[in-house]
Ligand binder design. Structure first.
Ligand code: F6P
Length: 353
């Protein structure tokens, strides 16, 4: 069999571990398999940019961040759009898949990647996908790989800020990644003892945040930590028409806006920290490495069994798979009945409601 591997969309920790897991399984189960690395995500499939990989290239990469294949973003809305020569990316990918003699593709990616993978599958491409993203927002899996590592990174930032905030009696607004889903801010904030966690799913009131800080001050807790997701909105912002809401982050960030508001209400030093892509970089945690290896083994096994058009996924303690049609175009946000929200509230944590 001739199998193409590609990593698409924003990177995350664990991509190499997942590639290794799939490749090792394929070499193990299918002695005659040829694995091709498709470069820079779908771009490599569009431009017929791939190279034959050797088994040794998948050794020693379990703990390495980034992706040995490179990645790029190819927005889904551009995939079927004809260019100036009236050729669209989908047709190019389909003809390159055929010309390359591929039997199947193993595609590692997030939400946008899954929409394109589903489209390829609907056009007859044999596809198995693996759910990656620090956002943990892919429908159909309990956890995406990359998430645990990003929580670890974000938590270590909050931990470090904790000590300096306490020394100076300051308020810190720590802005974490997550435009549409607040999983990362929720878990990192919870794990590191943030006093307020603000996520896109729960629009907040500045007044509530101010009240939390004032209450802490009155209890002799002279510093406060706020973990805010980049997509968090105030109740007012959330009520704006979609077009205007989209523009909100053009000239500022959620953390900057909140810090500005807090400075107007508090007599205290308010600082912002934005770890940004630090959250996506560096080594995967051991939890992610194990998850990637398990998902990779499943992906390799599914290729051998010719179970195509599906995404490998984690359900409880089991590795299973779901049809791409049930994944593509859906988003897994933090539901209101999410247990961790309940437990955080029991602990007295505020979500700025
Ligand atoms: O989807 C992963 C993610 O890291 C988001 O949390 C973040 O909003 C976005 O990607 C950043 O994208 P880029 O790397 O293109 O700046």
């Amino acid at each position: 069999m001739r199998i193409g591997l590609l990593t698409s969309g924003g990177d995350c920790q664990g991509l190499n571990a997942a590639l290794r897991g799939a490749a090792k399984t394929l070499y193990n189960l299918l002695p005659d398999v040829e694995i091709y690395g498709i470069m820079d995500g779908y771009k490599g499939l569009i431009e017929a940019d791939w190279r034959k990989m050797e088994p040794h290239e998948f050794s020693g990469i379990l703990q390495e961040g980034g992706t040995i294949l490179g990645t790029s973003r190819q927005p889904f809305k551009t995939i079927s759009k004809p260019d100036e020569n009236d050729v669209d990316k989908l047709s190019m990918m389909l003809s390159n898949y055929k010309a390359g003699g591929f039997d199947a593709l193993v595609i590692l990616g997030g939400n946008g990647t899954h929409k394109t993978a589903n489209l390829l599958s609907q056009h007859g491409v044999n596809v198995v996908t693996m759910p990656k993203t620090i956002d943990n927002d892919i429908y159909g899996t309990d956890m995406t790989f990359g998430f645990d590592s990003a929580v670890q990174r974000a938590s270590s930032v909050i931990d470090a800020i904790h000590t300096t905030a306490a020394s100076h009696g300051r308020v810190f607004v720590i802005e974490l990644m997550g435009h549409k889903a607040g999983w990362l801010a929720l878990y990192a904030g919870f794990a590191s003892g943030a006093d307020v966690i603000l996520i896109p799913e729960i629009p907040y009131r500045v007044k509530s945040v101010v009240e939390v800080i004032e209450k802490r001050n009155s209890q002799g807790k002279k510093f406060s930590l706020i973990a805010i997701a980049e997509g968090a909105l105030t109740k007012k912002e959330a009520e704006l028409p979609k077009k205007e809401r989209k523009k909100i982050n053009e000239n500022s960030t959620s953390g900057m806006r909140l810090a500005g508001e807090l400075r107007e209400h508090l007599m205290q030093d308010v600082r912002t920290v934005m770890p940004g892509h630090f959250q996506r970089g560096g080594d995967p945690t051991h939890v992610d490495r194990a998850l990637c290896s398990r998902l990779g083994a499943k992906a390799g096994e599914m290729v051998r069994n010719r179970e195509f058009g599906r995404m490998v996924s984690l359900r409880g303690d089991s590795i299973t798979s779901v049809p791409l049609g049930q994944v593509a175009g859906k988003l897994k946000t933090v539901p209101e009945n999410c247990e961790i929200l309940h437990q955080a509230r029991l602990l007295g944590l505020s979500f700025g409601e």
